[in-house]
Design a protein around this ligand. Structure first.
Ligand SMILES: Cc1cc2nc3c(=O)[nH]c(=O)nc-3n(C[C@H](O)[C@H](O)[C@H](O)COP(=O)(O)OP(=O)(O)OC[C@H]3O[C@@H](n4cnc5c(N)ncnc54)[C@H](O)[C@@H]3O)c2cc1C
Length: 439
């Protein structure tokens, strides 16, 4: 019997594992609750109307269509019976010989799941759509109020206040893009409001933005955010969120749009396999990325807590093992590594050396032409870092047509300062606050 490998999750980790099992003597079933692979690093561009969904995503089925040993299944995993080696899906069960869990993370509302409805996080294409609609509607409703001459200055101010909770890479990307959108792309489109008066507030509980980056890069990123008109508030913990805004340090801040990027928690993979976790719910894995007492189950990517030896871009080994960050590269490299382990086990060959991480550094974009880069041996910020960011991200986009198109799109945006994807596709409710004086 050909061994059956089940991969749960078609994100960076799961897709990398599936691809590296190409030609191996195994049957692979890749299960995902969504039918697409998503290039998350550019998701904020969909949320802010620069790119459309299909430019940064592709159907898993077609990405893997040339790989004959892979079956793609659109379904949601609800549990696992590790001792019976069975995966439970919404509508059926499947048996496996090897299991790779790559189910990613969810946003953490720190026990306040009711905030999710008021403050969406950016995780999927659906979220990007919700956020884009929310942002566009805020401007539309403010315009409608101003046009109705009701003098509701406070409500217009509230609608044009955008509060972002969490100044990690996603918060910084979103804040800078929203600032540029309101100052450039939308500036001339309204008759009764001035979109340039929109306030973009970025709250961070830690003392600085991009807390995982070196301090000098955090400082530069903050200065650039402020130059774009973003109000950065550090050491500021949000203690409540509701339909009218947020509470920070006991003070109510009225805001029409609140976006969440404050923390993450791993998917429930650890609960499924009864594994030990860290405080974020990530599975503590062995040096070969398997789960203790279950050498046939591997956990990779954002949902795994991996401490591994690392080498920098030039292959120089760091003295201490590092805790791998929740970004795409560890997930991709871990996927490749577990595929190699499975290949070797099936072929009866010796196991590979424990996993080590090739650390290419961190990049964060802060607006249209500015980024910060920490390549470990060198740190820099500005346009040069933006070029590195753009090249890396274009290179990793799935499919040549997308790459070329996105490049052209960016060029166009750079020259015209416009945002293309601004159509609201559904009939949207009018603001309840607008009373037509003529009625
Ligand atoms: C907005 C945003 C911006 C980012 N920007 C960057 C960046 O610039 N650079 C960078 O390196 N990283 C970035 N990241 C982080 C990066 O996207 C993640 O580290 C990476 O996606 C992790 O890969 P993964 O395979 O572990 O999980 P994911 O890519 O999240 O994939 C998990 C997959 O599992 C599926 N899944 C989950 N639960 C189930 C279930 N129960 N049943 C079936 N399927 C399930 C999901 O549908 C998803 O397809 C960003 C993340 C976000 C959210």
């Amino acid at each position: 019997m050909t061994p059956h490998v089940i991969i749960v999750g078609g994100g960076f980790g799961g897709l990398s594992a599936a691809r590296h099992l190409r030609g191996a003597d195994v049957r692979v079933t890749l299960i995902d609750k969504r039918n697409y692979h998503l290039f998350r690093p550019m998701l904020y561009q969909v949320a802010t109307g620069l790119l459309s969904a299909d430019e940064i995503s592709g159907p898993l089925r077609s990405i893997l269509s040339h790989q004959r040993n892979v079956d793609v299944l659109l379904d949601e995993v609800t549990g696992i019976s590790p001792n019976q080696r069975r995966v439970h899906l919404k509508h059926r069960d499947l048996a496996y010989d090897f299991l790779i869990l790559a189910t990613g993370i969810q946003y953490n509302y720190f026990g306040h799941d009711d905030w999710r409805g008021f403050a969406p996080g950016l995780e999927s294409l659906d979220d990007a759509d919700v956020i884009r609609t929310k942002v566009l509607l805020a401007f539309e409703w403010a315009e409608a109020l101003a046009a109705a001459h009701q003098g509701q200055i406070e409500e217009i101010r509230r609608l044009l206040t955008f509060a972002l909770v969490g100044a990690g890479t996603v918060g910084v990307e979103m804040a800078s893009t929203l600032a540029e959108m309101s100052h450039m792309a939308l500036a001339r489109d309204f008759r009764h409001i001035d979109p340039r008066t929109a306030r973009i507030l970025l709250y961070e509980a830690a003392p600085r933005v991009l807390p995982t980056y070196p301090e000098e890069l955090s400082r530069k990123a903050q200065r650039h955010l402020e130059s774009l008109g973003v109000e950065v508030l550090t050491n500021a913990r949000v203690t409540n969120v509701d339909a009218d805004g947020i509470v920070v340090g006991g003070q109510k801040i009225p805001a029409g749009t609140v976006l969440w990027g404050a923390g993450v928690v791993a998917s429930p993979a650890a609960l499924w396999v009864g594994a030990e976790t860290d405080k974020f719910g990530k599975v503590m894995v062995d040096p070969d990325l398997s789960v203790r007492d279950h050498p046939e189950i591997f956990v990779i990517g954002d949902t795994a807590h991996v401490v591994a030896p690392a080498r920098n871009l030039f292959g120089i080994k760091s003295p201490e093992p590092m805790l791998l960050p929740g970004v795409a590269q560890p997930a991709i490299q871990e996927g490749k590594y577990v595929a190699e382990i499975i290949r070797r086990r099936v072929a009866g060959r010796e196991r590979p050396k424990p996993f080590w991480y090739w650390d290419k550094g961190d990049l964060a974009i802060v607006g249209r032409t500015y980024a910060v880069a920490d390549l470990r041996f060198i740190r820099f910020a500005g346009l040069a870092a933006w070029f590195v960011w753009a090249s890396v991200h274009i290179y990793f986009l799935i499919g040549f047509a997308n790459r070329l198109f996105v490049l052209l799109q960016w060029g166009f945006d750079f020259l015209t300062k416009r945002r293309r994807v601004r159509v609201l596709t559904e009939e949207s409710p009018a603001s309840e606050n607008v009373i037509d004086p003529a009625a």
